[in-house]
Design a protein around this ligand. Structure first.
Ligand code: PNS
Length: 163
């Protein structure tokens, strides 16, 4: 069985993430969406919220959602995963993603990083942009899955506080 991991902060999940996860699910037998901590980012949503959002909007039968707080390659090794799947948007993603792919390959030579090109309409989409637009009362309905839209808006407006 070929297992792939889609790691990320997912703070919150966007339509861009959803597209990459669903496309990965077509390519691999099982996909684990792994909610992780990016040490260079401050998360707005708790890990539990991010997991709940992902579970709500991903319907593919061969996709699981999990969390891990350590090195990605340690988790990949434990799961016997063959690939890490990441979405690539504009050229601006490339340096950062390439650096991570090479680091992961050095740490665990058996793992491949597979990059899927972002769908044209998601080229500019990021969780940071979603949070900024939403917190300034902009319309994020075309950026986040409809299943989580209401929850994301409520949290951005401070109607639900999980800190
Ligand atoms: O969605 P993001 O924030 O771009 O995801 C980045 C993430 C969480 C995948 C990356 O920071 C990560 O892999 N963190 C786990 C720690 C780790 O393994 N670091 C070494 C690889 S760069």
């Amino acid at each position: 069985m070929k297992i792939a991991i889609c790691p990320g902060s997912f703070d919150p999940v966007t339509l861009g993430h959803k597209d990459i996860i669903e496309r990965a699910a077509e390519l691999f037998d099982k996909v684990i969406v792994l909610v992780m901590t990016n040490s260079s980012k401050h998360s707005m949503f708790t890990v539990d919220e991010r997991v709940a959002f992902l579970k709500k909007c991903i319907a593919s039968k061969n996709v699981e959602v999990d969390t891990f707080n350590g090195l990605l390659v340690d988790y990949a090794k434990k799961q016997d995963a063959v690939a890490i799947v990441k979405g690539l948007r504009a050229v601006s993603d490339f340096d950062y993603e390439f650096q991570q792919a090479l680091t992961n390959k050095s740490l665990l030579p058996g793992i491949e990083t597979v990059f899927l090109a972002a769908n044209g309409k998601n080229m500019f989409l990021s969780s940071s942009m979603v949070k900024e637009v939403c917190c300034l009362n902009g319309d994020i309905s075309q950026f986040v899955p409809c299943e989580v839209l209401e929850d994301v808006i409520k949290r951005c407006k401070g109607e639900i506080n999980n800190d």
